[in-house]
Ligand binder design. Structure first.
Ligand code: PGA
Length: 263
């Protein structure tokens, strides 16, 4: 299983020099060694867009660039926005879409779908967050708007609103239940229809996509162990704690190939 650690820097740190120094620490800490090859772990840093340039400055090892947002149109008179193409040109391979801090600023289900389409058009992996109000409805909106192949190219993240930026992480049992419910919705949406299954006739033969499902909301080096035994957990979105690379390394090392605690 592959695990994702999406480091959402939000609107931090306050200077480019500090950002450069944090990125440099990440690079040192995540350099592959004989002991830690990071092969089954993806460390994705999503900095504020003005810091994208730092990712060009040195050869980064395991670290990937993600964008915190993109606009839903490719170009035009849209003051203050960045396009998927612009993010891609800086090397962004991932983008966070549907984060509650953007849903609360007006990103509707429709806008979220358009942003996902833009990301896929430019081969950027959308990390789609659900949990702003009703995560089941938000998940269904996505599943009903995209094909099995498209859903297979996404990462989903369960991010309950109250847990984000609050020091009030979600109960691990509730996270486990939410991940199970999301997987069930995916199955119900994409299972083969009876006639296709039994007679191999009619309809499209659709396989069931298996996107990674992450948890996000006040995860830190003290509490992450409460979650990692959840069998289908594909990693975390980590906000404030991600300004501390040593703690992210500790969290990432906590996952081994089987998803069990390492120590
Ligand atoms: P937090 O943020 O870890 O600071 O709660 C999570 C997020 O932005 O998704």
């Amino acid at each position: 299983m592959r695990y994702y650690f999406i480091c959402n820097w939000k609107m931090y740190p306050s200077s480019i020099d500090r950002a450069r120094s944090i990125l440099s620490d990440y690079n040192k800490l995540f350099t592959p060694t004989k002991k830690e090859d990071w092969i089954n772990k993806k460390i994705v840093i999503c900095p504020p867009a003005p810091f994208f340039q730092l990712f060009d400055e040195k050869r980064l090892h395991t670290i990937k660039l993600g964008s915190q947002n993109i606009f839903w149109k490719s170009a035009g008179n849209y003051t203050g926005q960045i396009s998927a193409r612009m993010a891609k040109d800086f090397g962004a391979e991932y983008v966070i879409i549907g984060h509650s801090e953007l849903r609360s600023n007006g990103d509707s289900d429709l806008i979220i779908n358009l942003k996902i389409k833009e990301a896929l058009k430019y081969y950027i992996t959308p990390i789609v967050c659900v949990g702003y109000k009703d995560f089941l409805r938000e998940t269904l909106n996505i599943l009903n708007s995209f094909s099995a192949e498209e859903v297979g190219k996404m990462i989903l993240a369960y991010e309950p609103l109250e847990a984000i930026g609050s020091n009030n992480p979600e109960d691990p049992l509730k996270v486990e239940k939410a991940i199970r419910q999301i997987k069930k919705l995916i199955y119900q949406r994409f299972r083969k229809k009876f006639f296709v299954r039994v007679f191999g006739l009619g309809g499209n033969k659709r396989s069931i996509p298996n996107p990674a499902i992450l948890y996000g909301g006040s995860v830190n080096a003290q509490n992450y162990k409460n979650y990692i035994s959840i069998s289908d957990l594909g990693g975390f979105i980590i906000g404030r704690e991600s300004l501390n690379p040593a703690n992210i390394k500790e969290i990432a090392l906590g996952f081994d190939v089987g998803g069990k605690i390492n120590n």
